[in-house]
Design a protein around this ligand. Structure first.
Ligand SMILES: *[C@@H]1O[C@H](CO)[C@@H](O)[C@H](O)[C@H]1NC(C)=O
Ligand SMILES: *[C@@H]1O[C@H](CO)[C@@H](O)[C@H](O)[C@H]1NC(C)=O
Ligand SMILES: *[C@@H]1O[C@H](CO)[C@@H](O)[C@H](O)[C@H]1NC(C)=O
Length: 162
């Protein structure tokens, strides 16, 4: 584990609710990446916890293999895990996308099958189609949930592409 990874892990371990988070108060906004004409900010919309997320190389030309870091304390079992993405421009949703991350016969990631209460930390590639982000400002809602549709993580993000 290099020092950046270690620092990130420590941050994700200590930041959720350890500093007396008041219910109803918004979580701080984090920067996931900045550079290459792209800025990505996110904020947890799960009232119970914050989480850590970052993208290694920021670029408006999204590569098919994107390296990310993600750290969270699981509040549900994740034998199955799904991601819903809603892309919003000018207050109307333009794209809804649902993506299976963990399936029983097809666990794509090493953390699939982990249990409630466990800390997961993932640093590595995620597959996507590879695309160019058109200039503009976007709002993205992301929700991770398990087979019972119980929330595992929730975030709203702002993507600014110049
Ligand atoms: C998340 O949503 C809240 C409430 O709508 C908004 O105030 C905040 O700016 C958003 N954060 C990001 C990073 O988009
Ligand atoms: C989903 O709910 C069922 C019935 O309550 C329960 O047996 C099962 O363990 C839950 N699965 C997860 C992943 O929490
Ligand atoms: C996407 O999902 C949101 C919230 O679940 C819904 O309000 C909206 O109508 C959907 N939009 C499209 C284009 O399917």
């Amino acid at each position: 584990m290099n020092s950046v990874t270690a620092a990130f892990l420590v941050w994700t371990l200590i930041s959720p609710s350890s500093d007396g988070h008041v219910r109803g108060e918004a979580w701080p906004t984090h920067m996931a990446c900045s550079g290459g004409g792209l800025e990505v900010f996110y904020q947890s919309c799960d009232p119970l916890q914050d989480f850590g997320f970052s993208i290694d190389q920021c670029s408006k030309e999204v590569k098919p293999y994107l390296n990310i870091k993600f750290g969270i304390i699981l509040r549900e079992d994740i034998r199955k895990l799904f991601l819903d993405i809603v892309l919003i421009t000018k207050s109307s949703s333009v794209l809804n996308f649902s993506y299976p991350i963990c399936e029983e016969d097809l666990p794509k990631f090493s953390f699939c099958g982990r249990r409630k209460g466990e800390q997961i930390y993932y640093a590595g590639p995620i597959n996507n189609l590879g695309f160019d982000i058109p200039q503009g400002q976007y709002h993205v809602l992301l929700k991770l949930y398990n087979e019972n549709r119980s929330t595992v993580a929730c975030a709203n993000a702002t993507v600014i592409c110049s």
